[in-house]
Design a protein around this ligand. Structure first.
Ligand code: SF4
Ligand code: SF4
Length: 307
C-alpha cells in the first residue's frame, strides 16, 4: 500500500485547515487508499521519531512525503526530537517516491522567510524566485520528479486532492516553471471572474465588498497576474475572493508577501505599474484607452445602479 508522511516546518497550519474542508473526496477518504503514517494534526498515538527511523532503515517504504511550512535549520524555531526540520528532510529525501510542498511557505519560503531574524529560512527547493531552497536545484526524488509545489496561502483542498490522486493513479504530472502542476496553475483568478466585463470596459469598483465593478484599477487585484484557478475551482464550491469583492492578493506566486500594499493599485500617471500577464504595457494602454473612450453604457449603468 502506498504511504504518506506529513511533516511541518514553520507554519500556521493553514493548509491543513483548508484540507480538512475537502469534499468528494474528503481528506480522510484518501486514507482508505493511502496509508497515513503520520500527520501532526490528526495522528494521536503514532511515534513520529520511530516512523522516521523505520523509513531511513527501509523497514517502511515512503511514497508521499508532504511538507507544510517553511524550512529552517534552527532547532529553536522548529524541531522533531533532536533534529531540525531541515535534518529530517535530509534523512527522508532519498527515501520518498514523491515530495510535495504544500502551501507557499514550503514551496517558496513565504512569510517566515521575510523576518530578518530568521536568516536561512527557505522553501524546499526555492527561496522566493530563486532555486536556492534546502534541496539542490537539480534535486529529483526516486520517481524522477523535483519537489512538486502546490503553492497558495493556503492551498485550495482540491488542488492537493487532484495532485495526489493523479500521482496515486500513476498519471503523468506536467509541471510549470515553478514545479507546480500545470493543470491547476495554468489558469488565473481572472479566468472565470464574474467581473470580467467591467475589466474589459475599465469600469472600476471603488470599495471592497461591492458586488459589481473590477478591482484591478484601484483596489490592487492581482487576478490577471496570478497562477491559480480560484474562479474555476471555487472555494467551498461557492465563491472566491473576487466574487466577494475582495482583490486577489496573488497568494500562489513565489513573490506573494513581497508587495508593500495589497489593497491598492500602484499607478504611474494613471496606468497600473503591473499589467495583465502576456500583454505588453503598450498594448494594454492602447486597448484600455480605447475601451474607456468608447464606453459600454449598459455596464456603466449597472455599476452606478448598484453603488
Ligand atoms: S476583479 Fe480581478 S480577477 Fe476579476 S476581472 Fe477584475 S482584475 Fe480580473
Ligand atoms: S484569489 Fe488570489 S489571493 Fe485568493 S486564493 Fe486565489 S490566488 Fe490566492
Amino acid at each position: 500500500m502506498k504511504t504518506l508522511l506529513w511533516i511541518q516546518g514553520l507554519t500556521c497550519n493553514g493548509n491543513t485547515h483548508s484540507l480538512l474542508n475537502a469534499e468528494n473526496p474528503s481528506f480522510y477518504d484518501i486514507f482508505s487508499k493511502i496509508k497515513l503514517l503520520f500527520h501532526p494534526a490528526i495522528s494521536s498515538d503514532e511515534d513520529l521519531i520511530k516512523i522516521i527511523k523505520d523509513i531511513t532503515q527501509n523497514k517502511i517504504s515512503l511514497t508521499f512525503l508532504v511538507v507544510e511550512g517553511s524550512i529552517t535549520k534552527n532547532k529553536s524555531f522548529c524541531r522533531v526530537g533532536d533534529f531540525s526540520i531541515a535534518e529530517i528532510i535530509d534523512q527522508l529525501k532519498d527515501k520518498a517516491e514523491f515530495i510535495i510542498a504544500v502551501g507557499n511557505c514550503a514551496s517558496f519560503g513565504n512569510i517566515p522567510a521575510l523576518y530578518k531574524e530568521n536568516t536561512n529560512v527557505v522553501g524546499l527547493q526555492y527561496i522566493f524566485t530563486e532555486k536556492k531552497g534546502l534541496l539542490p536545484p537539480n534535486f529529483k526524488t526516486k520517481s524522477g520528479y523535483p519537489v512538486i509545489n502546490i503553492s497558495g496561502c493556503p492551498i485550495h483542498p482540491a488542488w492537493f486532492m487532484q495532485t495526489i490522486l493523479a500521482l496515486y493513479y500513476e498519471k503523468p504530472l506536467i509541471l510549470d516553471a515553478f514545479n507546480r502542476p500545470k493543470e491547476i496553475y495554468m489558469y488565473l483568478p481572472h479566468d472565470g471572474c464574474i467581473r470580467n466585463e467591467y475589466f474589459e470596459w475599465k469600469e472600476e469598483s471603488e470599495e471592497f465588498g461591492h458586488k459589481e465593478g473590477c478591482l484591478f484599477y484601484n483596489l490592487g487585484c492581482k487576478g490577471p497576474l496570478t497562477h491559480a484557478p480560484c474562479n474555476k475551482i471555487l472555494w467551498n464550491r461557492t465563491s472566491s475572493k473576487t466574487r466577494a469583492g475582495m482583490p486577489c492578493l496573488g497568494c500562489t506566486e513565489f513573490n506573494f508577501p513581497l508587495r508593500e500594499n495589497y489593497f491598492e493599485t500602484k499607478k504611474n500617471i494613471g496606468i497600473p505599474e503591473e499589467v495583465p500577464l502576456g500583454v505588453s504595457k503598450r498594448a494594454y494602454i492602447t486597448i484600455s484607452g480605447v475601451a474607456k473612450s468608447l464606453r459600454n453604457e449598459r455596464v456603466k449603468k449597472k455599476l452606478e445602479e448598484t453603488d
